[in-house]
Design a protein around this ligand. Structure first.
Ligand SMILES: [Zn+2]
Ligand SMILES: [Zn+2]
Length: 102
């Protein structure tokens, strides 16, 4: 655990990814995934999603069923694709609802 590398304030529509912190805290091979995961994770917060950590049981994503949701700090995707969980109803659904309430 390297501490906080991203922050979002959805009321003010900003997200920050601390690339410098990632560069100093992660091995070179792990930096692209960390930057990618953090960016997508913070985007999720813009749509009102919360961190899930261990609340989410590892659940199926749309592309690789072994991956965890990117809102999980421990998402560690195996296919290099940062994804929200796609089980219904879940984060993909929540994002859709935020953008297009019904
Ligand atoms: Zn978060
Ligand atoms: Zn999720």
């Amino acid at each position: 655990m390297v501490g906080r590398v991203g922050v979002t304030n959805s009321a003010y529509n900003y997200s920050v990814v601390s690339v410098g912190t990632i560069e100093s805290a992660y091995a070179a091979d792990d930096r692209p995934a960390s930057i990618r995961d953090t960016t997508v994770h913070e985007l999720g917060h813009q749509f009102g999603l919360n961190n899930v950590d261990n609340i989410h049981i590892p659940h199926a994503n749309s592309i690789n069923p072994l991956d965890k949701c990117v809102m999980d700090y421990d998402c560690d995707e195996v296919d290099n694709i940062s994804e929200f969980c796609a089980d219904s109803p879940n984060h993909i659904w929540d994002i859709r609802q935020a953008g297009e309430p019904r």
